[in-house]
Design a protein around this ligand. Structure first.
Ligand code: AMP
Length: 204
């Protein structure tokens, strides 16, 4: 099933966010600030009863996010293709783990399950997931909020590039600003829950 065929492509503005799909690194990064910030976010999500959907791995910030949420009683739903169960070490203690056929099914399932999407610090895989989700919002294939958790200014170079795209006429300013950017968990959740969908890019 593709995202635009799923029953849950639209979050309802005004309805509470019950699940967040998190994209993040299979590495922890070099600075403990990333681990600490991911722990803080996981605790706030669990305290608010917001379930985490993520890639299902035990490695890197992915594993820290899952462990931290589970540790304080949160709900964590992993989605992993069979081909990565060993490499990314499927987390054995999740509330739910879906093992799917391939990466496309993984992303579709993660997209269906989340009421909102947040990219935490990560690498190329995190970027790929973020950009698919965000650009599909632009195209009107879903209308759920997408955010960057900008820990330690991690995403600032990317934001500079997005601003450059606007200046050079390759990215519409309203689409650029549809991306939520916050560095504190509470502010991030506030922004996600008050976000209003934009008119799709090609709507007449
Ligand atoms: P990384 O940010 O590169 O550490 O990867 C974070 C997560 O993204 C891992 O679970 C990867 O398996 C996943 N990933 C890597 N490439 C892709 C892709 N093309 N589509 C979806 N997920 C990916």
């Amino acid at each position: 099933m593709s995202i635009n065929e799923s029953a849950s492509t639209h979050s309802m503005p005004g309805l509470p966010i019950r699940t967040i799909t998190a994209y993040t690194g299979s590495a922890t990064g070099n600075d403990a600030v990333y681990t600490e910030a991911v722990r803080r976010l996981a605790v706030v999500l669990a305290q608010r009863g917001i379930g985490v959907v993520y890639g299902g791995g035990k490695v890197g910030l992915m594993g820290i996010l899952a462990d931290s949420a589970l540790h304080v009683g949160g709900t964590v739903h992993g989605v992993m293709p069979q081909s990565l169960v060993e490499g990314e070490i499927a987390h054995a203690g999740l509330t739910t783990l879906d093992v799917v056929g391939d990466m496309h099914q993984r992303k579709n399932r993660m997209a269906e399950l989340g009421d909102a999407f947040v990219a935490l610090p990560g690498g190329a895989g995190t970027l790929e997931e973020l950009f698919e989700t965000w650009t599909w919002q632009h195209l009107g294939l879903h209308s759920k909020p997408v955010a960057l958790y900008n820990v330690n200014g991690f995403w600032d170079p990317l934001l500079d590039l997005l601003d450059h795209m606007v200046e050079e006429g390759f990215l519409r300013e309203n689409l650029r600003h549809s991306l939520i950017v916050e560095s504190e968990p509470e502010l991030l959740l506030e922004a996600l829950s008050t976000w209003q969908p934009l008119e799709p890019k090609w709507a007449s």
